[in-house]
Design a protein around this ligand. Structure first.
Ligand code: IMP
Ligand code: MG
Length: 508
């Protein structure tokens, strides 16, 4: 224990040095999410005075350890455990705020004696309502609509309502009359969509646990408006003291406080930059994150993009050129659950000649199962063309996580280029032909879905790296992989060799 404290003290000092002179830093993911942001937000929370979220909502999921128990949180910012040390946690205007889920999470904190006196919620955060969740789930299961495999938390519909100029915001919960008027106006649009669906399916969704077992359902009018007004304005009373103009709060804090922006999801899921239409409905790049807390990306001194150490994962649908096991994996992850996989492959081999099995081994070792939905995460090799694309927006500073997952993996492949094997295709003023190659991914589904990765192969390392304390102590073959990233123009700042905070190496 003593040794751990010393180790942690040293890491903290190195971190302070890394962040010298920085006022605003951000942690974002450069892949499809689930890269272990939580650990680093926790880590950076030591340094920051304010920790702010600006994108996504309850579609995110992070595990927080409280008194030896693990809890999955979706909306509470990852820095909440620092509240008692006087740090502010902020939910910015860009967040899709589900007050029912948030209330549930705060109840868990209360039960565990954890304070949230410094939690601030933007009065302009987008308000998730029961019918958003219903619509999200109905679109996902209906035939004939693009099935993107959403998390079913109402994220798409709530942001659609915002840009469609009929959305509600957090502040509306404080004013019942305004709330009702805006809700009625909003439903004029959304009831048309709900009535198009199979009535039985609509009823089933509203009766489900995710929608308070029918509390907001009305057999005739679909949505029980009175009940929604009652429930949400009551929630408003609960949240009232936390609701402020967070944009103003952050802008005013720029000169005197250290601010950490906590990203959600990942660059490739951004609706502005990612693999459209297989994306979420907020901009999870640094641009969207800064905007979502009322700042500009120019205010952000340092952006740290997280990637997993030499593999990637994706939950839900959409192209994934380096997926281990290709279409077989796509189908498997869509139709099988964790239990079935563990029974069928009790001991998957990370060195199997069968890439599909290797993917299963990485999933098992890396515990790659969705925090929000429990789904099997699809697994693939690191894709540099996609990473180079992310770097154009998120910058070149990287944090590498989960490096220990590939301990003992004899061969590690990195995709260095995309080969286009599709038909002739006009891309603006250029024309792509069969056999065109790209160093940086072309973010256009018609192109990306016909790209085949070209790999460079590296030897892996045999040792267990989970106890490594210094960069020099890492295996030579791992250094070579990191050198490859640095030669490609990236700067590796921090490395994670295990889930504990002491299992972190500050490279600087
Ligand atoms: P939505 O954000 O629930 O609308 O889901 C859209 C897509 O983003 C789906 O493929 C989800 O699996 C994915 N997604 C949303 N949130 C996360 C996350 O926190 N981690 C990983 N994937 C996510
Ligand atoms: Mg997550």
């Amino acid at each position: 224990m003593n040794h751990q404290i010393i180790q942690w003290g040293e890491i903290k000092m190195k971190l302070e040095k890394l962040l010298e002179g920085v006022r605003v830093s951000a942690i974002v993911c450069n892949q499809w999410g689930d890269t272990g942001k939580g650990k680093f937000v926790d880590f950076f929370s030591n340094w920051a005075n304010i920790i702010a979220r600006g994108t996504g909502g309850a579609n995110a999921g992070h595990t927080i350890n409280i008194g030896g128990e693990k809890y999955v949180f979706h909306l509470v910012p990852s820095g909440i455990l620092y509240d008692s040390r006087g740090k502010y946690n902020v939910i910015g205007n860009g967040v899709a705020f589900d007050p029912l889920i948030m209330k549930g999470e705060l109840d868990v904190l209360l039960t565990n004696g954890i304070s949230f006196n410094n939690l601030k919620i933007s009065r302009n955060a987008k308000l998730v309502l029961p019918h958003h969740i219903a619509l999200d789930r109905l679109v996902n299961t209906a035939t004939g609509e693009t099935r993107i495999g959403s998390t079913g938390r109402g994220i798409g519909p709530v942001y659609e309502d915002h840009v469609g100029r009929r959305g509600l915001v957090v502040n509306d919960m404080l004013n019942p009359k305004v709330f009702r008027e805006k809700l009625e106006n909003n439903l004029r649009h959304n009831l048309i969509l709900l009535r198009e669906k199979d009535a039985k399916a609509v009823e089933r969704v509203f009766e489900s646990e995710a929608l308070a077992n029918g509390r907001f359902y009305d057999p005739r009018d679909v949505v029980n408006i009175d009940e929604v007004v009652k429930a949400y304005t009551e929630l408003g009373l609960f949240f009232r003291n936390m609701i402020i103009d967070t944009d103003d709060f952050l802008v005013s804090a720029l000169d005197s406080k250290k601010i950490l922006l906590e990203g959600a999801q990942g660059f490739l899921l951004s609706h502005e930059h990612g693999t459209h239409p297989f994306v979420t409905s907020s901009d999870c790049s640094i641009q969207g994150l800064a905007k979502g807390v009322g700042l500009s990306e120019k205010h952000v001194d340092r952006v740290f993009g997280i990637i997993k150490g030499f593999y990637m994962t994706r939950v839900g649908e959409g192209p994934f050129p380096t997926e281990m096991g290709g279409d077989k994996s796509v189908d498997w992850c869509k139709t099988k659950d964790r239990k079935f996989e563990e029974t069928t492959y009790p001991n998957p081999d990370i060195n199997s000649d069968d890439e599909f099995e290797r993917g299963i081994a990485v999933r098992k070792i890396g515990q790659e199962y969705g925090a929000t939905t429990g789904r099997l995460r699809r697994v693939g090799w690191l894709d540099m063309p996609l990473l180079r694309l992310a770097a154009k927006t998120n910058g070149v500073e990287l944090i590498l996580t989960k490096l220990d997952v590939l301990d003992g993996c004899r061969k590690i492949k990195i995709c260095n280029k995309h080969d286009y094997f599709g038909q002739d295709y006009f891309l603006g003023d250029s024309q792509l032909r069969f056999g065109s190659t790209f160093d940086t991914a072309v973010m256009d589904m018609a192109v990306l879905s016909h790209c085949v990765p070209k790999y460079v192969e590296f030897d892996g390392w045999r040792n267990d790296i989970t106890q490594a304390k210094e960069y020099v102590a890492l295996p030579h073959n791992l250094h070579k992989l990191i050198d490859y990233l640095e030669t490609s123009g990236f700067k590796i700042r921090l490395l994670s060799v295990g889930p504990e905070r002491e299992q972190t190496i500050v490279k600087g």
